[in-house]
Design a protein. Structure first.
Length: 268
């Protein structure tokens, strides 16, 4: 495993790399960013057993510089393409989790020539009538010093040790609390203002990606309902869906080996 900073158009991007084999661009979400907890992410480790994982932190996350020009998902897509250009990546398999999955879908729809195979894990990004995405920014507000609501939104067992480890009750000045704050600050730039966590045009553009796609979802996802998995699969012409029982939105943390097996088998 290595961590390093790269300079992309004058901005520092914090880059995690691990493993060998076929390269995979991993686009993180809310709960699975490297550096949020002291221990390694078990899913990243399992993925790195079969692949060369390349995982840039989004602007403002961990050691990456903030980007004040970031106003929407299209800006984040362009930033990610610049990271790929810097790394000399013309085409690569992409695994995107949560908002990273939304980002991956946007890249696949707009720049299909840059994507080999596509994996989306619990991705927002689409509007599904009657199946609204949860109010993340309300859930993260502390109540009596605790942020139970966000843990229950992310994990099937919001009271469990895993949820407490990845989303602890934060106190001002705590390093992990500051990292989490920076993550939500980044996500608010493209997810908060209407339309909330989706791109109205994306659903009608997914057809442009003709490559193989895998959609993975937790059966008990309280942030992005699993009906969104079917919506993605319907839009992507060569896709399949895997639902993981007993897991919530953070399925890659709750069942790391099972999800990694599905992903690596798909990627070949």
């Amino acid at each position: 495993m290595s961590l390093r900073d790269i300079d992309v158009q004058g901005r520092t991007v914090h880059l995690y790399e691990a493993g060998s084999g076929n390269p995979v661009l991993y686009l993180h979400g809310i709960t699975d960013m490297h550096g949020l907890v002291d221990s390694n992410c078990a899913f990243h480790d399992a993925l790195a057993e079969k692949c060369h994982v390349i995982a840039p932190a989004m602007p403002g996350c961990v050691g990456s510089d903030e980007d004040n020009s970031l106003e929407g998902i299209d800006d984040l897509r362009f930033h990610t393409l610049e990271v790929m250009d810097f790394l000399g990546i013309e085409k690569i398999d992409i695994v995107g989790n949560c908002v990273g999955g939304w980002l991956a879908a946007e890249i696949a729809a707009h720049n299909p020539e840059r994507v080999g195979k596509l994996v989306l894990i619990g991705a927002p990004g689409l509007f599904v009538s009657g199946e609204q995405i949860g109010d993340l920014f309300l859930a993260v507000q502390p109540l009596n010093g605790k942020i139970d609501d966000i843990r229950h939104m992310m994990f099937a067992d919001g009271n469990g040790a895993l949820a407490e480890e990845w989303i602890p009750d934060q106190l001002t000045g705590k390093p992990q609390g500051m990292l989490r704050y920076k993550t939500f600050r980044c996500i608010a730039r493209f997810g908060f203002k209407p339309p909330y966590f989706y791109d109205q045009k994306l659903v009608d553009r997914l057809y442009r990606f003709k490559g193989d796609a895998l959609v993975v979802w937790g059966d008990d996802d309280s942030f992005v309902p699993k009906t969104h998995a079917e919506a993605y699969s319907k839009g992507l012409p060569n896709s399949s869906v895997e639902i993981v029982d007993g897991c919530g939105h953070a399925v890659q943390l709750e069942a790391p080996d099972a999800v990694a097996d599905k992903v690596t088998e798909f990627l070949g």
